[in-house]
Design a protein around this ligand. Structure first.
Ligand SMILES: *Cc1c(COP(=O)(O)O)cnc(C)c1O
Length: 407
């Protein structure tokens, strides 16, 4: 699209290209053994996703089981305090407490059409594991969740939830024993039996067609929000703001607005403790191009191309890569990306909880921090904030941070 003047709407809508690329990003960087499985998945996505039968069943599950459409809430007090008009898209109200369920239920419906007999998934903080376990139970499929051994320790409540929902949780001790190792292990499992196993990937990352598939399933967020803004605010927002980990809630919110030239888009990454390598998880604003888990994208790596450990107070943003479409949207200039630090996010979380009676996830609080900064620079702006999830899961860390400071 960079050859087209102005980067018009249609220029964005046609991505990814036939090779699964978003400009120079994306694609498929995988061992030969994975190619057949990905080809099969891609054929399934092309055949079933647009079909009336799939869309009808997906819409029904979203409405009657997930609880969609989720509300659009006018944030009265934040609006006053920030000198702006602030609207919240409430993914915290979706079943299991975050946007991840939109993707999990969609992929498992697809898995059934592909003839799969079992679901596998990876999880870091446990949110995608819980969403997958719930959707698999709902759709009567057995589910195995790979989870780094370190995360199994750190996220005990979510491990319990997955087990109650009937899933088998497999701790992964290799590699970094966190999310990256869990994804590698899930891919290994999938390759060993790609016909009867379906791998439900949790964010808009990985090799083609996953970033596309996840975007299409999460775009319900932005479609609803766009219509709700027109209905309740009487206008489109001046800016839509979302937090970016792998990038699924952000691409879901942004995508239906890409054609609206008057709507600015702002993605907020985890700025962690600060800008030093290893102190944050800001792959877009602090990363460099490279290949991670099957995709050419922006990643946090050292001068030798070694992927670096990341830090964020929010487990769901703590990942060294990002979906390739975000790398592309940043390069094209259509979306702006910034980072918010741990402290800024926790501060925004407290403010939202006290002012609006909504306890957002620490991930989502990064979007609130970015929105507040935007409001300070753009008085009177109409701001749509993606509230990707609820913060109940974050109580242990909130006890040690926000509550300790105010005790
Ligand atoms: C997992 C998670 C995120 C980060 O994932 P994305 O793919 O970037 O959306 C953000 N918010 C919440 C509440 C999450 O659970």
């Amino acid at each position: 699209m960079n050859t087209r003047a102005g980067g018009t709407a249609a220029a964005f809508a046609r991505y990814p290209d036939a090779k699964g690329r978003y400009g120079k990003f994306g694609g498929r960087y995988v061992p030969e053994t994975l190619v057949a499985a990905l080809d099969r998945l891609q054929a399934g996505v092309e055949r079933y996703l647009p079909s009336a039968d799939f869309q009808a069943e997906y819409a029904l599950e979203l409405k009657t089981w997930v609880g969609r459409p989720t509300a659009l809430t006018y944030a009265r007090t934040l609006s006053k305090r920030w000198g702006a008009e602030v609207w919240l898209k409430r993914e915290d109200l979706a079943h299991t407490g975050a946007h991840k369920i939109n993707n999990a239920v969609g992929q498992i419906l697809l898995a059934k059409r592909l003839g799969a007999k079992r679901i596998i998934a990876e999880t870091g903080a446990g949110q995608h594991g819980v969403a997958s376990a719930a959707a698999a139970a709902r759709l009567a499929m057995p589910c195995v969740v790979y989870m780094g051994a370190v995360d199994v320790e750190r996220q005990a409540p979510n491990v319990g939830r997955m087990k109650l929902l009937g899933a088998t949780v497999v701790p992964v001790t290799g590699g970094d024993a966190t999310l990256r190792a869990a994804i590698d292990e899930a891919l290994r499992d999938w390759v060993s039996d790609p016909e009867s196993t379906y791998y439900a990937l949790g964010s808009a990352v990985g090799p083609h067609p996953y970033p596309y598939l996840v975007r299409e399933l999460q775009a319900v967020i932005g479609r609803e929000a766009r219509a709700q803004m027109l209905e309740l605010a009487g206008a489109l927002p001046d800016v839509a703001v979302a937090c970016v980990g792998g990038g699924s809630n952000a691409i879901g919110l942004f995508h239906p607005f890409l054609d609206d030239a008057g709507v600015r888009l702002l993605g907020i990454e985890a700025g962690g403790r600060g800008p030093g390598l290893g102190d944050n998880a800001a792959s877009l604003t602090a990363g460099t191009p490279g290949v991670l888990q099957g995709s050419y994208t922006l990643i946090l790596q050292d001068a030798f191309g070694q992927v670096r450990e990341t830090h964020s107070v929010s487990a769901g943003l703590d990942y060294s890569g990002v979906g390739p479409e975000h790398a592309f949207l940043m390069a094209s200039g259509r979306v702006r990306y910034e980072a918010a630090t741990d402290d800024e996010a926790l501060d925004a979380l407290s403010e939202c909880a006290k002012c609006e009676g909504i306890l957002p996830a620490i991930e989502s609080a990064h979007a609130f921090a970015g929105a507040r900064r935007y409001a300070a620079l753009n008085p009177g702006a109409r701001i749509l904030v993606g509230c990707s999830g609820r913060g109940d899961k974050d109580m242990p860390i909130l006890q040690r941070t926000v509550l300790k400071a105010t005790a």
